[in-house]
Design a binder for this molecule. Structure first.
Ligand code: ADP
Length: 491
């Protein structure tokens, strides 16, 4: 059978460009799908960092001029192969030759409008890659299904291509004024309706993607349910309810070769699920020493590695932090983000110098030493589309304590004291004391029930969070979407 051709279109993909989890997902999923017999390639803007780092390997395929309203703009198309993965890179220096991936929001709307139009214009030539599926990611690519309806399908072009939009973060939607979007997208009036791309009178890229894509996915089954509710839906919950028939939650994976306590070169001692106790104890001593905490094997060591933003439940933590650090446990927080959280955590660490360390930096290597050295990993998120940290923690035998939301609910099974089953601890409500009590309970199990703890660690380390499992689900979805008639509204 002919290989299915899929083009991922994204503003981020590791190893070329990453600002958050989306870059990991796109960059990790594509190669795994290729191993499973697909021909998956990735379209990305040619950012300055890629131009600088890979200048010798970039292959120029061609150029053309792309129309965008009154503008006619140069677009170069280049090809790059990294670790056998094919990337197509779209060059326009005004838009993409910058140090940062994301710039000013208004400019970003124009930059990613260009990117979306440039990719569609380049499929035939110079890319010479006609995909069966365009796999889109977040608002930066959300207009593509609508662009197909507006500019290609009425003329019998790109007619058989199916589109899938993956929502990584519903909070950011790509919203801008009607006249500007009509101009940038040459969008006919018939799409400028509340049934089309407008929400409350304003064009919304994410909404457009949800309406016009053949299928929509998000990054965990629970989050796919939650975003149909007012609280989690960021104003799009009713739209998502109406489109529930084409919405699927597929859990992200983690790179299990990169995060592996048996081989990780930056941790103090390596260990496996069959032999973790000594190695993990050494890692704990090392991280306590490194961060100036009192060195104690028996004291439960709780960790957080996180962006310091309200989504991550930091208000819950700060509300009960002094109660939590009453002498019976220790806490390490590694993170950067909103200044008021940084200041509050720094002050708390000064109040509890032996029991708390606040590391206000982004440090990949330190994060691994913390994942390996901690006993518990706290993630009291208000919402969590998927969450990678709890999966990484479990891989290192560190037991998660999470709020039951989104991907946290889908990956953490609470410990059952009667059956001994479970891989972590969880609480239900956005309530600081509920979090405090379940964390204390987890500390008690650690301290007083060694056999139960050992079972928890074994179960956590044995979880299969590999991309291979998620990729199988995407592969089945691709086949389903290709075998079905289009889900697009008639326009
Ligand atoms: P989100 O994508 O919402 O930030 P995730 O849990 O999905 O949350 O992914 C966060 C990733 O970023 C994890 O791999 C985590 O280890 C890493 N990370 C977050 N903050 C830091 C930091 N300060 N230093 C090192 N790694 C961090």
């Amino acid at each position: 059978m002919r290989k299915r051709k899929v083009l991922f279109i994204s503003s981020e993909a590791v190893p070329l460009a990453k600002a958050g989890g989306m870059g990991d997902v796109v960059g990790a999923l594509a190669p795994v799908l290729n191993q499973k017999g697909f021909d998956v390639r990735i379209a990305l803007p040619l950012y300055q960092s890629i131009r600088n780092e890979y200048s010798d390997d970039l292959q120029f395929l061609g150029w053309h001029m792309v129309r965008m309203g009154w503008r006619t703009l140069y677009c170069g198309v280049l090809k790059l192969v990294v670790n056998d993965q094919i990337f197509y890179l779209f060059d326009n220096e005004t838009y993409f030759n910058h140090e940062q991936i994301y710039l000013d929001y208004t400019f970003d709307i124009e930059r990613y409008s260009f990117f979306q139009r440039a990719v569609l214009e380049s499929l035939d030539h110079p890319m010479d890659f006609m995909p069966d599926i365009l796999h889109l990611n977040d608002w930066q690519t959300g207009m593509i299904p609508c662009l197909l309806e507006a500019h290609y399908r009425p003329y019998g072009r790109l007619d058989s291509i199916k589109t899938i939009l993956t929502i990584h973060n519903l909070k950011y939607q790509g919203i801008h004024g009607r006249e500007r979007i009509a101009d940038l997208m040459d969008m006919p009036d018939r799409f400028m309706t509340e049934e089309g791309i407008l929400r409350d009178g304003v064009p919304n890229f994410m909404k457009a993607g949800i309406v016009y894509a053949d299928h929509v996915t998000t990054v965990s089954p629970s989050y796919a349910e939650e975003i149909k509710l007012d609280f989690y839906g960021e104003g799009l919950h009713e739209l998502l309810q109406r489109n529930a028939y084409k919405l699927t939650g597929i859990l992200n994976g983690i790179d299990i070769t990169q995060y592996d306590p048996e081989t990780d070169p930056v941790i103090t001692d390596r260990y496996s699920v069959d032999d973790w106790q000594t190695g993990k104890a050494h890692c704990k001593t090392a991280v306590q020493t490194e961060l100036g905490l009192h060195v104690s094997a028996r004291t439960p060591l709780i960790a957080m590695v996180t962006r310091l933003v309200d989504q991550k439940g930091l208000d819950l933590l700060l509300h009960v932090l002094d109660d939590l650090l009453d002498g019976s446990c220790q806490l390490i927080v590694l993170g950067t983000g909103q200044p008021h959280y940084e200041q509050a955590l720094k002050a708390a660490a000064q109040r509890h110098p032996d029991a708390m360390a606040a590391c206000l930096t982004f440090d990949e290597s330190l994060s691994r030493r913390i994942y390996a050295g901690a006993d518990l990993f706290l993630m009291p998120s208000i919402f969590e589309p998927c969450g990678l940290s709890q999966m990484i923690a479990m891989r290192y035998g560190t037991i998660p304590v999470v709020r039951e939301t989104g991907g946290l609910r889908d990956t953490v099974n609470p410990y059952n004291q009667y059956t001994g089953s479970g891989n972590g601890f969880s609480f239900k409500n956005i309530n600081a004391h509920e979090m405090l009590f379940i964390t204390r309970y987890a500390c008690d199990v650690y301290r007083h029930m060694p056999q139960a703890w050992q079972a928890l660690v074994r179960t956590a380390m044995n979880q299969n969070f590999s991309w291979s499992r998620s990729a199988d689900t995407y592969a089945s979805l691709y086949e389903m979407v290709l075998s079905q008639p289009s889900n697009r509204p008639i326009s």
